[in-house]
Design a protein around this ligand. Structure first.
Ligand code: PRP
Length: 213
């Protein structure tokens, strides 16, 4: 039986872009474009099986070996530090992790800063490096509301176009780190399926170079 490569793709527009990169790299699976409810697709002939998973779950599938490889945002990798190999920066899904607040916010260093975020570890790390005392308020979404309602002083969140901040009268005060999508691999899979995985890495790198020329 042919060795199958299990690939976790982030559901959504980014995942579709990623699939196209894999397709061009010789791992096509045409049925994936026809059905929008199914979550698992395979092409036995080329030896690949794709699954659509929630973007923030990709690293879990890969870390535990349910997927051999996958594509996850650097934000998730920094926040959860999964035990995976980061093989390639795909240069897509680009955004930044930033501190944002109301335009008139002034940091009073005498007071503990209240920070609302989904990214507790990233926020903690950032303020620890500055020696700033903070109180983390962990939220699961719509973080932008927190400073408006006075729940927090600032937020630490992803900013892509900046539209969400603007529409909520917030602005970036500080960029923490640029973010992009990364190709990741399960550590054991990388040993046992290295030929297949390295083929993907080199094919996709070549595509990216061709695009940049
Ligand atoms: C993310 C992030 C911001 C928004 C930024 O939210 O949390 O709210 O995108 O994008 P923009 O700068 O282009 O406006 P997401 O859509 O992932 O939903 P969430 O509220 O669950 O975080």
């Amino acid at each position: 039986m042919k060795t199958m490569l299990n690939v976790a793709l982030p559901k959504g527009r980014l995942g579709e872009k990623v699939y196209n990169m894999f397709e061009k790299a010789g791992f096509e699976c045409p049925s994936i474009k026809e059905n929008n409810r199914k979550l698992i697709f395979e092409n036995e002939e080329v030896g690949v099986r794709y699954f659509w998973v929630k973007p923030s779950d990709v690293a879990i599938y890969v870390e535990r070996g349910a997927a051999d490889i996958g594509v996850a945002g650097k934000d998730i990798l920094l926040e959860y530090s999964p035990e995976v190999y980061e093989l390639l920066d795909l240069d897509i899904g680009k955004c930044r992790m930033a501190v944002a607040a109301k335009a008139d916010f002034r940091d009073d260093k005498q007071r503990t800063l209240r920070v609302a975020t989904k990214f507790t570890n990233i926020a903690q790390q950032h303020y620890l490096s500055k020696g700033r005392d903070i109180d983390i308020i962990h939220l699961n979404g719509s973080i932008e509301i927190a400073p408006i309602l006075g729940l927090s002083d600032v937020i630490v969140d992803i900013v892509e176009t900046g539209t969400t901040l603007k529409e909520n009268n917030l602005e970036v005060k500080e960029t923490i780190i640029p973010i992009s999508a990364r190709l990741i691999s399960n550590k054991t899979s990388y040993k046992f399926k290295s030929e297949l995985i390295n083929k993907i890495v080199s094919e996709i790198s070549a595509q990216m170079e061709a695009k940049n020329d």
